[in-house]
Design a protein around this ligand. Sequence first.
Ligand SMILES: [Zn+2]
Length: 357
Amino acid sequence: MSSSLGRPFRLASLLFALLFLACLARAQTDFRVGTASAAPGQKATGYIEVPAGVDAGTNIPVAVVRGSRPGPVLALVTGAHGTEYASIIAVEKLIGLLDPHEISGTVILIPLVNVASFEQKVPHVNPVDNKNMNRFYPGKVDGTETERALFLITNDVVDRSDYLIDYHGGDIDESLRPYAYWAPTGRDAQDRTSKQMVLAFGLDHIIIWRERPSDPAQTRYLDNTASARGKPSIVVEAGYAGRVDTDDIALLVTGTLSTMRELKMLEGEPRPVENPVWIDRLVDVPSETDGIFYPDVKRGTYVAAGMKLGRVTDFFGQTIAEPRAPAAGVVLHIDAVPSLKKGDNIANIGVLAQRAP
Ligand SMILES: [Zn+2]
């Protein structure tokens, strides 16, 4: 009697145990970021849920593209500044373009960190707490919304990645020519890899960003947060003044695919830029006065030291200032709108490096 009842019971227990192990194996192979969870060969979307704290919470969209073959983890993050539209649209396009069956490894894509900036069309900062969402890394679990969001990105994205690309561009008020940043850390192997990444990305002006904090608690910027944790990372910038031009989108999309080829995450050869313009110093042009700005030069113009960049008038048309280039170099960005107040940065001049690094 007991044996006839016991057999089906043992069989059911065995089936249950097998099912449990299958679920466990599945959970272990799934790659999860926020609510996006993808098994090998899958693409998933979801949100990094930032809970309410001293102020409101937010949901940051995230996609995970899990290659069918094993490989490294690459993070693509944009929209810390929610009105740098070209970079946001480019990463949104990549979510659609990347095919898990063509990828070795995993790509985490965040198309928009600063949702409130995008929704409210507020440049530079998160309007919820008025903080710049690329200045408060590694974040704080009990801080304001920006700090809580960056804390989750550090833990859920940066710490789980092997490589990182941070995307920016000219904001609504900036006329910017495309460029990239390469920030050597002094660790040779890491710097070699990040240099290969920035060359493979293909933007033809590259700023060398030296002497950045190596203490992981003091990194402030996303790319520095990754690099201080030993992960090769670069920053790329394209787009300007609220525009979504196909040329800028193409630069960011093809640059990403070329970098993925360099990292052996996609088949095919990368197309690195040859002989880029290396820039080893950025010079600001702070405005001496409030007023209305009229530019004389365009984004990408090469200027001599002392060259006039434009003029500033009062509200009655009288010229009250003539800002000039403090050094010879290339105009990386210049104000795209007439609004000007004392202390605003009118332009960034990139001073060319004497030799390639
Ligand atoms: Zn930005």
